[in-house]
Design a protein around this ligand. Structure first.
Ligand SMILES: [Ca+2]
Length: 277
Protein backbone atom coordinates (compact mmCIF):
# COMPACT_ATOMS: atom_id res chain seq x y z
CA UNK A 1 0.00 0.00 0.00
CA UNK A 2 2.80 2.41 0.82
CA UNK A 3 4.44 2.42 -2.58
CA UNK A 4 1.29 3.10 -4.60
CA UNK A 5 0.31 5.85 -2.12
CA UNK A 6 3.75 7.49 -2.45
CA UNK A 7 3.59 7.18 -6.20
CA UNK A 8 0.12 8.69 -6.19
CA UNK A 9 1.34 11.57 -4.04
CA UNK A 10 4.27 12.22 -6.35
CA UNK A 11 2.10 11.93 -9.40
CA UNK A 12 -0.40 14.42 -8.02
CA UNK A 13 2.38 16.89 -7.20
CA UNK A 14 3.77 16.50 -10.70
CA UNK A 15 0.33 16.94 -12.11
CA UNK A 16 -0.28 20.12 -10.13
CA UNK A 17 3.09 21.55 -11.09
CA UNK A 18 2.86 20.87 -14.77
CA UNK A 19 -0.89 20.87 -15.30
CA UNK A 20 -0.28 18.46 -18.15
CA UNK A 21 -2.93 16.10 -19.39
CA UNK A 22 -0.56 13.15 -19.53
CA UNK A 23 0.48 13.44 -15.90
CA UNK A 24 -3.15 13.67 -14.78
CA UNK A 25 -3.79 10.47 -16.68
CA UNK A 26 -0.80 8.90 -14.95
CA UNK A 27 -2.15 9.98 -11.57
CA UNK A 28 -5.51 8.46 -12.33
CA UNK A 29 -3.79 5.28 -13.42
CA UNK A 30 -1.83 5.09 -10.19
CA UNK A 31 -5.00 5.81 -8.23
CA UNK A 32 -6.68 2.86 -9.89
CA UNK A 33 -3.68 0.68 -9.04
CA UNK A 34 -3.89 1.87 -5.43
CA UNK A 35 -7.61 1.04 -5.24
CA UNK A 36 -6.99 -2.41 -6.72
CA UNK A 37 -4.21 -3.05 -4.21
CA UNK A 38 -6.53 -2.00 -1.39
CA UNK A 39 -9.24 -4.32 -2.66
CA UNK A 40 -6.74 -7.17 -2.69
CA UNK A 41 -6.39 -6.91 1.11
CA UNK A 42 -8.66 -9.21 3.09
CA UNK A 43 -12.10 -7.66 3.64
CA UNK A 44 -13.57 -7.49 7.13
CA UNK A 45 -17.28 -8.23 7.33
CA UNK A 46 -19.55 -6.98 10.06
CA UNK A 47 -22.63 -8.72 11.46
CA UNK A 48 -26.13 -8.14 12.63
CA UNK A 49 -27.91 -10.17 15.27
CA UNK A 50 -31.04 -11.81 13.88
CA UNK A 51 -32.01 -13.76 17.01
CA UNK A 52 -30.72 -14.37 20.53
CA UNK A 53 -31.05 -17.66 22.41
CA UNK A 54 -30.02 -18.83 25.90
CA UNK A 55 -26.74 -20.72 26.20
CA UNK A 56 -25.46 -22.57 29.28
CA UNK A 57 -22.88 -20.27 30.85
CA UNK A 58 -21.26 -23.33 32.39
CA UNK A 59 -20.62 -24.81 28.96
CA UNK A 60 -16.98 -24.36 27.98
CA UNK A 61 -17.81 -24.68 24.32
CA UNK A 62 -15.29 -26.54 22.17
CA UNK A 63 -17.49 -27.99 19.44
CA UNK A 64 -20.86 -27.01 17.98
CA UNK A 65 -23.04 -28.08 15.09
CA UNK A 66 -26.73 -28.04 14.18
CA UNK A 67 -28.60 -31.05 12.89
CA UNK A 68 -32.28 -31.90 12.47
CA UNK A 69 -33.56 -29.13 14.69
CA UNK A 70 -31.12 -29.40 17.58
CA UNK A 71 -27.69 -28.12 18.50
CA UNK A 72 -24.94 -30.57 19.34
CA UNK A 73 -22.27 -29.20 21.62
CA UNK A 74 -19.09 -30.49 23.17
CA UNK A 75 -17.53 -28.94 26.24
CA UNK A 76 -13.94 -28.97 27.44
CA UNK A 77 -11.83 -29.04 30.60
CA UNK A 78 -11.10 -32.23 32.49
CA UNK A 79 -14.08 -33.40 34.47
CA UNK A 80 -16.39 -30.98 32.63
CA UNK A 81 -16.16 -32.51 29.17
CA UNK A 82 -19.49 -33.59 27.78
CA UNK A 83 -21.20 -34.31 24.54
CA UNK A 84 -24.65 -32.75 24.54
CA UNK A 85 -27.76 -32.36 22.48
CA UNK A 86 -29.27 -28.97 23.21
CA UNK A 87 -32.63 -27.43 22.34
CA UNK A 88 -32.08 -24.21 20.44
CA UNK A 89 -35.00 -22.17 21.74
CA UNK A 90 -34.24 -22.40 25.47
CA UNK A 91 -30.81 -24.02 25.72
CA UNK A 92 -32.22 -27.06 27.53
CA UNK A 93 -29.86 -30.03 27.57
CA UNK A 94 -31.86 -32.88 26.05
CA UNK A 95 -29.15 -35.52 26.14
CA UNK A 96 -25.69 -35.67 27.68
CA UNK A 97 -22.71 -38.02 27.69
CA UNK A 98 -19.51 -37.53 29.67
CA UNK A 99 -16.33 -38.26 27.81
CA UNK A 100 -13.91 -40.61 29.62
CA UNK A 101 -12.44 -39.19 32.84
CA UNK A 102 -9.17 -37.30 32.62
CA UNK A 103 -9.71 -36.19 29.03
CA UNK A 104 -10.30 -32.68 27.74
CA UNK A 105 -13.08 -32.66 25.14
CA UNK A 106 -12.67 -30.70 21.93
CA UNK A 107 -14.32 -30.63 18.50
CA UNK A 108 -17.27 -32.68 17.28
CA UNK A 109 -18.90 -33.36 13.93
CA UNK A 110 -21.60 -35.65 12.61
CA UNK A 111 -20.93 -38.27 9.96
CA UNK A 112 -23.70 -40.67 8.97
CA UNK A 113 -25.12 -42.20 12.14
CA UNK A 114 -22.11 -41.15 14.20
CA UNK A 115 -20.57 -38.22 15.99
CA UNK A 116 -16.79 -38.00 15.86
CA UNK A 117 -15.05 -36.18 18.70
CA UNK A 118 -11.53 -35.03 19.53
CA UNK A 119 -9.63 -34.41 22.73
CA UNK A 120 -7.16 -31.58 23.22
CA UNK A 121 -3.71 -32.97 24.02
CA UNK A 122 -4.57 -36.58 24.66
CA UNK A 123 -4.27 -37.87 21.11
CA UNK A 124 -7.54 -39.79 21.39
CA UNK A 125 -10.71 -39.34 19.42
CA UNK A 126 -14.03 -41.12 19.72
CA UNK A 127 -16.87 -42.28 17.56
CA UNK A 128 -20.28 -42.05 19.23
CA UNK A 129 -23.74 -43.11 18.14
CA UNK A 130 -25.58 -39.99 16.97
CA UNK A 131 -28.88 -41.08 18.51
CA UNK A 132 -27.90 -42.86 21.75
CA UNK A 133 -24.50 -41.23 22.38
CA UNK A 134 -23.13 -44.73 23.03
CA UNK A 135 -19.39 -44.92 22.47
CA UNK A 136 -18.58 -47.04 19.44
CA UNK A 137 -14.85 -46.70 18.81
CA UNK A 138 -11.64 -45.00 19.81
CA UNK A 139 -8.93 -43.74 17.44
CA UNK A 140 -5.64 -41.93 17.71
CA UNK A 141 -4.09 -39.06 15.81
CA UNK A 142 -0.82 -37.12 16.01
CA UNK A 143 -0.66 -33.62 17.47
CA UNK A 144 -3.40 -31.73 19.23
CA UNK A 145 -7.13 -31.86 18.55
CA UNK A 146 -9.03 -28.57 18.39
CA UNK A 147 -12.10 -28.67 16.14
CA UNK A 148 -13.97 -30.64 13.49
CA UNK A 149 -16.39 -30.00 10.67
CA UNK A 150 -17.09 -31.80 7.39
CA UNK A 151 -17.71 -30.96 3.75
CA UNK A 152 -19.69 -34.07 2.81
CA UNK A 153 -16.55 -35.86 1.65
CA UNK A 154 -13.95 -35.40 4.37
CA UNK A 155 -13.82 -34.47 7.99
CA UNK A 156 -11.94 -31.20 8.44
CA UNK A 157 -9.84 -30.80 11.58
CA UNK A 158 -7.98 -27.93 13.23
CA UNK A 159 -5.15 -28.53 15.67
CA UNK A 160 -4.05 -25.09 16.85
CA UNK A 161 -1.59 -24.64 14.00
CA UNK A 162 -2.26 -22.85 10.68
CA UNK A 163 -3.09 -26.22 9.07
CA UNK A 164 -6.46 -27.79 8.38
CA UNK A 165 -6.34 -31.57 8.03
CA UNK A 166 -8.78 -33.41 5.76
CA UNK A 167 -9.57 -36.86 7.14
CA UNK A 168 -11.21 -39.91 5.64
CA UNK A 169 -14.49 -40.07 7.64
CA UNK A 170 -14.35 -43.87 7.83
CA UNK A 171 -10.68 -44.64 8.49
CA UNK A 172 -9.92 -41.22 10.03
CA UNK A 173 -6.60 -41.22 8.17
CA UNK A 174 -5.35 -37.89 6.89
CA UNK A 175 -5.97 -37.40 3.15
CA UNK A 176 -4.39 -33.97 2.78
CA UNK A 177 -3.77 -30.78 4.65
CA UNK A 178 -3.84 -27.14 3.71
CA UNK A 179 -1.93 -24.22 5.23
CA UNK A 180 -4.22 -21.32 6.03
CA UNK A 181 -2.87 -17.87 5.15
CA UNK A 182 -4.17 -14.32 5.22
CA UNK A 183 -2.41 -11.76 3.04
CA UNK A 184 0.38 -14.32 2.63
CA UNK A 185 0.91 -14.87 6.35
CA UNK A 186 0.04 -18.11 8.20
CA UNK A 187 -2.98 -17.92 10.50
CA UNK A 188 -2.31 -19.51 13.87
CA UNK A 189 -4.82 -20.83 16.41
CA UNK A 190 -7.58 -21.95 14.06
CA UNK A 191 -10.24 -23.12 16.46
CA UNK A 192 -13.93 -24.08 16.14
CA UNK A 193 -14.92 -24.76 12.55
CA UNK A 194 -18.00 -24.86 10.36
CA UNK A 195 -18.31 -25.70 6.68
CA UNK A 196 -20.78 -23.22 5.15
CA UNK A 197 -21.61 -23.03 1.44
CA UNK A 198 -18.19 -24.09 0.20
CA UNK A 199 -16.16 -22.20 2.79
CA UNK A 200 -14.61 -23.21 6.07
CA UNK A 201 -15.41 -20.75 8.84
CA UNK A 202 -12.92 -20.81 11.72
CA UNK A 203 -12.86 -19.04 15.05
CA UNK A 204 -9.41 -17.65 15.74
CA UNK A 205 -8.69 -18.46 19.37
CA UNK A 206 -8.47 -15.46 21.70
CA UNK A 207 -9.94 -13.09 19.13
CA UNK A 208 -13.41 -11.86 18.15
CA UNK A 209 -12.80 -12.90 14.58
CA UNK A 210 -13.92 -15.70 12.33
CA UNK A 211 -11.88 -16.46 9.21
CA UNK A 212 -13.61 -17.34 5.94
CA UNK A 213 -11.28 -19.89 4.38
CA UNK A 214 -11.12 -21.27 0.85
CA UNK A 215 -10.65 -24.98 1.60
CA UNK A 216 -8.72 -25.60 -1.62
CA UNK A 217 -6.06 -22.90 -1.34
CA UNK A 218 -6.21 -22.22 2.40
CA UNK A 219 -6.51 -18.52 1.69
CA UNK A 220 -8.57 -16.38 4.04
CA UNK A 221 -11.00 -14.59 1.75
CA UNK A 222 -12.55 -12.51 4.51
CA UNK A 223 -12.81 -11.93 8.23
CA UNK A 224 -16.00 -11.66 10.24
CA UNK A 225 -15.46 -9.31 13.17
CA UNK A 226 -17.87 -10.05 16.00
CA UNK A 227 -16.56 -7.35 18.31
CA UNK A 228 -19.57 -5.72 19.92
CA UNK A 229 -21.54 -8.87 20.71
CA UNK A 230 -22.49 -8.39 24.39
CA UNK A 231 -20.12 -11.09 25.67
CA UNK A 232 -17.17 -9.46 23.93
CA UNK A 233 -17.79 -6.37 26.06
CA UNK A 234 -18.34 -8.13 29.41
CA UNK A 235 -15.48 -8.78 31.78
CA UNK A 236 -15.84 -12.52 31.55
CA UNK A 237 -13.07 -14.96 32.41
CA UNK A 238 -10.11 -14.54 30.05
CA UNK A 239 -10.81 -18.01 28.67
CA UNK A 240 -14.43 -17.18 27.89
CA UNK A 241 -13.78 -16.32 24.28
CA UNK A 242 -15.79 -16.52 21.11
CA UNK A 243 -15.82 -20.18 20.06
CA UNK A 244 -18.61 -22.10 18.43
CA UNK A 245 -20.12 -21.87 14.96
CA UNK A 246 -23.10 -23.89 13.75
CA UNK A 247 -25.01 -23.77 10.50
CA UNK A 248 -28.61 -24.78 9.81
CA UNK A 249 -28.44 -25.76 6.15
CA UNK A 250 -32.18 -26.22 5.80
CA UNK A 251 -33.04 -22.70 6.89
CA UNK A 252 -29.71 -20.97 6.10
CA UNK A 253 -29.14 -19.86 9.67
CA UNK A 254 -25.69 -19.17 11.09
CA UNK A 255 -25.17 -19.42 14.86
CA UNK A 256 -22.27 -18.33 17.03
CA UNK A 257 -21.50 -18.51 20.73
CA UNK A 258 -18.53 -18.61 23.08
CA UNK A 259 -17.07 -20.47 26.03
CA UNK A 260 -19.32 -19.86 29.03
CA UNK A 261 -21.33 -17.28 27.13
CA UNK A 262 -24.91 -16.92 28.39
CA UNK A 263 -26.20 -16.45 24.84
CA UNK A 264 -26.04 -17.98 21.42
CA UNK A 265 -26.72 -15.71 18.47
CA UNK A 266 -28.09 -16.16 15.00
CA UNK A 267 -26.19 -13.66 12.89
CA UNK A 268 -26.18 -12.34 9.36
CA UNK A 269 -23.14 -10.78 7.69
CA UNK A 270 -22.94 -7.13 6.70
CA UNK A 271 -20.66 -5.78 3.96
CA UNK A 272 -17.04 -4.94 4.70
CA UNK A 273 -16.52 -1.47 6.16
CA UNK A 274 -12.77 -1.55 6.47
CA UNK A 275 -9.76 -3.35 5.12
CA UNK A 276 -7.50 -5.43 7.30
CA UNK A 277 -3.79 -4.75 7.49
CA1 LIG B 1 -18.95 -26.01 14.31
Amino acid sequence: MREPAALLSNALRTSAARLARWSLSAALGVAIVAVCAAQAATPVYGYRVKATYPHDDQAYTEGLFYLNGDLFESTGREGQSFLRRVRLKDGAVLQSQAIPPGLFGEGIVNWGDDIISLTWQDGFGFRWDLKTFARKAVFQYPGEGWALTQDGKSLIMSDGTPYLRFLDPVTLKERRRVRVTADGQPVMRLNELEFVKGEVLANIWLTNRIARIDPKSGKVTGWIDLTGLPETKLSLDADSVLNGIAYDREHDRLFVTGKNWPHLYEIGLTPPKELSK
